[in-house]
Design a protein around this ligand. Sequence first.
Ligand code: EPS
Length: 387
Amino acid sequence: MFRYLTAGESHGPALVGILDGLPAQLELDVARINETLARRQGGYGRGGRMKIERDEIEFLAGLRGGKTLGSPVAVMIRNRDFENVRELMDPLTGHGKPLTNPRPGHADYAGSLKYRHRDLRNVLERASARETAMRVGLGAICAQFLEALGIVTHSYVHRIGDVEAPDLGAFSQDDVEASDVRCPHAPTAQKMIAAIDTAKAAGDTLGGQFIVRVDGVPAGIGSNRQPETRLDGVLAGALMGMQTVKAVEVGLGADVAAKPGSQAHDVFSLEAGDVVRGSNRAGGIEGGMSNGQPIVLRVSVKPIPTLMKALPSVNLHEQTDAPASIVRSDVCVVPAGAIVGEAMVRLALVAPILEKYGGDSMEETLDNLRRSNDAAAALFAKHTEGV
Ligand code: EPS
């Protein structure tokens, strides 16, 4: 069974992660993992922390000569900022003035009730999106596993605040990567940047929407066996596991509610002896299983809760009305969120893929995939056999 774990506080010494259950003999390109970490650090609207960090993955276990061994893969990303705040955050002696005014929308208040922390820093350190650096690191390892199977994940930003991209049709992923807001439509990207500038000047923050698309997922990943094995639920659950995410839609998503059945589905037809579909309203998943079409997920992200023009709150120590705590933060994390979204989808796909194909080594997994694909290709011709 494939699984992963992360640990680490935002300003602690390091973030650590473990991937358990990756097949042996997967050759890893570490430079590519670090490139993905750098993509998460970028994006217009980021704050001061990203000027301090230069995220790099260090392998501690599970790899020899650049290839996975089949044993758990353990990795670390150091927090450079720890050196600046050692007195505050040292695991054994850390101490400092408590944070007392919870930020509405952040984990501060609920976490203080749950863990009975009197200093809100003890909540925010793990709740901070800094931790997503490790998810992106682990997701970038999974990307190389998935790509070996022909499965590729991309993302782009569809909306920031009230600036929404038009229907983009076909576009180049290079244009996404070249854009500061990960939006390939240049006039929209410009408006998004202006909206971030306006929010920043007002001491405000902005949310938005990004799209994650996965190409090359064979049909039959996930299952309708039980609610928790449905692929749409697995992927939505993974994306909802991100700090900022408030909604995940598959294909048409919420828009399907207003459509009659005649405009909600992807009809079948025959072309050159094959079954084809002219649309992908289902977003690549039917009955909780991948159907061979690209998987398309639209993810809505809240504006981050640390506002420089602080929201009304209370001081829990003094028991008075008081503005929320202001800590260093970002104005807009939607472009970075898209990179985290890619990582969450990759991490969530590995288990159902390994459930279908199995394999303790890449060789075995790829053999099984090939056999399964050959059988699937021959299935249509054989549909009348054995009936
Ligand atoms: C982040 C690191 C954090 C924040 C941000 C994202 O670092 P710091 O708190 O030291 O500035 O910049 O986290 C939040 C916006 C949040 O609300 O937690 C990162 O690495 O992505």
